[in-house]
Design a binder for this molecule. Structure first.
Ligand code: ADP
Ligand code: MG
Length: 277
């Protein structure tokens, strides 16, 4: 598969306006993301995950190093528009992302800003809402909806821009378990349709569903690998204040008690399938 995103030796520093001192939020990070893949980024608070996300859709540009999106260098000002039309972002707080008082107007906002024709906007909005199972709510007021429903509206808005990639920055952090499940199924469905997904999360069971996990710590990439590879390294994760998914933890504890649980159990579903075999 071809690389859609290439992060090459990326360093990013925030410069404080008061005294001009620099805070290094990302330190020489390199990785690539295949077109159509699902990558999760984990790491404790302040490890640089959001800064990384913003460097991928040109909200920030590298202090040094390079970020390439679909062959476009994000630091070239002429590319900003093309980068943003390829990479949409969904943030943590659905309330901060809702701009209209009617669901379907909200979903139309992104495509409108891209200068799309009204008929096409309507079509994309309807498709976006159908994709997140919120079409029946199109005439409703967003503030009447649950957190999970609002977040799905925000995702429909991103989908309506027809991006190749969506970067989700802790999209489930403010949701209840049901809302989290709803949003995760939408993310997986979009990925199944070919959208490249980058998911920042602190829920290990969400990261376990990715093709690849990147572990960040204080601006540095500490690990990169498949969920199977990463969650075998439970002690190293613990040293970074990170956990393993509940099913992995359970599998480890059962093995300690002498029960033969095979490797590669990552999710509750895996565990159920294994125990019921
Ligand atoms: P995460 O998303 O993993 O919690 P962030 O990317 O938000 O991490 O932050 C990484 C580091 O950059 C932290 O030390 C944070 O304090 C710092 N930082 C983030 N945003 C700013 C900003 N606007 N100005 C200065 N420092 C910032
Ligand atoms: Mg963050």
């Amino acid at each position: 598969m071809e690389d859609f995103i290439k992060v090459e030796d990326l360093t990013f520093e925030y410069v404080k306006s008061e005294d001009g001192t620099a805070v290094r939020a990302i330190d020489s990070v390199s990785f690539s993301v295949e077109r159509g893949s699902f990558t999760a980024v984990i790491g404790q608070n302040g490890s640089g995950k959001s800064t990384l996300a913003k460097n991928i859709n040109a909200l920030l540009v590298p202090t040094s190093g390079r970020v390439m999106v679909d062959g476009l260098d994000t630091s070239v000002p002429e590319h900003v528009w093309d980068v943003r039309s390829r990479v949409a972002m969904v943030f943590q707080n659905p309330d901060n992302q809702i701009v209209s008082s009617i669901v379907e107007d909200d979903v139309a906002f992104g495509p409108e800003n891209l200068g799309i024709e009204p008929v096409e906007i309507r079509k994309r909005g309807d498709e976006g809402l159908t994709g997140v199972e919120m079409y029946d709510f199109r005439k409703k007021a967003p503030h009447m909806l649950s957190g999970g429903q609002k977040q799905r509206i925000a995702i429909a808005g991103a989908v309506a821009m027809e991006p190749e990639c969506i970067v989700f920055d802790e999209p489930t952090a403010m949701l209840d378990p049901r809302g989290r499940d709803e949003v995760m199924s939408v993310i997986k469905r979009l990925n199944g349709k070919g959208i490249t997904v980058l998911l920042i999360t602190h829920f290990m069971e969400e990261a376990a569903q990715a093709d690849k996990i990147i572990v960040m710590d204080r601006g540095v990439k500490k690990m990169e690998g498949t969920p199977e590879e990463i969650f075998l390294r439970a002690d190293e994760l613990k040293a970074l204040s990170l956990d393993v998914p509940p099913a992995v933890d359970l599998a480890m504890k059962l093995r300690e008690r002498g029960i033969d649980i095979p490797e590669g159990i990552l999710t509750i579903d895996d565990m159920v399938n294994c125990l019921c075999r």
